[in-house]
Design a protein around this ligand. Sequence first.
Ligand code: MG
Length: 452
Amino acid sequence: MSIRHNRRAFLQLSAGAALAASSGCTSHAPGVSAAKENPPRKPNFVILFTDDQGYSDLGCFGSRDIRTPRLDRMAAEGVKLTDFYSQPLCTPARAALLTGCYPPRVGYGEGVEFPHSHTGLNPDEITIARLLKGSGYATACIGKWHLGDAPKFLPTRQGFDTYFGLPYSNDMEPLALIRGEQTVEGPVDQDSLTQRYTEEAIRFITANKDRPFLLYLPYAMPHVPLHASAKFRGKSARGLYGDVIEEIDASAGEILDTLKRLGLDERTLVVFTSDNGPWTEKGTAGGSSGPLREGKFMIFEGGVREPCIMRWPGRLPAGQTCPEVAATIDLLPTFAALAGAALPRDRKIDGKNLFPLLTGHVAQSPHDLFCYFNGKRLGAVRRGRWKLFLGRGTGETHDGKKDDTALYDLQADIGETRNVAGDHPDIVSELKSAAEKFDAEFSRSRRPVGHV
Ligand code: MG
């Protein structure tokens, strides 16, 4: 039995829609123009990256008590990715996004960075920012860094021209707001953080409207302690957590409005997603993973599958839903391809260029095997609809046993409730051997985290 998706063949649309709708993505509206720039200017990239937001904490991902009209509209104007993955917790998630690698590839996995840490993202790594800066991009990081707070690890040493934000999580002490490499505020007024990040982002976009830019905006919210400005506090039916998400929605709206006002809409790929699943132990202060099992820290879907929207008028079709596996590690190779920047050849990059999938030129995920890491150990793999837990570590199986493998059919059982390993020994065996093959290569080519 083949474990591949049984997908229909690629569907080529007729003239007028140069890019095609895929069989893997469902299109509700046209929205792709065949207009070509000659020569094309390098596109801008905006990454809106929330912290600890649940899979279902957006209207367009099923929330009924949090209003997110701007992000819902962004999805209607772009592609909603339903099977988009980050990592189980903050620091590894940021390392993965910025390097295009599974976290253990670059020395991360267990735990997170803390204030006065002696480790950080190795400055030898080539971040998205460093890669694009080398191609003439203006680069800004506005928000939570969390990849080491020693000067040699700060964003300004990792390819970002400018930095404004918190160097680690907003529940860590002493909390400091940094501009460049200097502390400019402490203690920090967190109520106004989202608003100030938004204003900073708009200033950066405006100042760089005539050249290609990368804006990386990792919000502090909705990581606890939750903070919202007076304008949003007490307004959501979902309490303070909802207020915080609604303020982020408004922030995204202001940034999208700015792009439109400056005539940059069709030059800019905007990505919205989160770093890890909801911190469910925080009760109403944590988010909701909706139909997914578990949340933050776990490699069940609720810990790592994130709401994700990508929008680029004229280049990505509008109103599409893409159920293929995609991930934060794919942003670096995707952006590199779009910017005409060469990927480094002296190291392994795990991410793949998503653009052919997003535009419908291919129907299947570029990930033949997607890997989930429990700390630094390969804990589970996914191929198409099948996810196999390898029986390493704790809390991995449907019944809590530590050393069992477990197979889930994510297409039929999104909540990972029924271990069907016994029904599909051939699939278990195939995925196990694919995982072992990957792991053997992976363990030979890991790179170290940075040390002070
Ligand atoms: Mg987080």
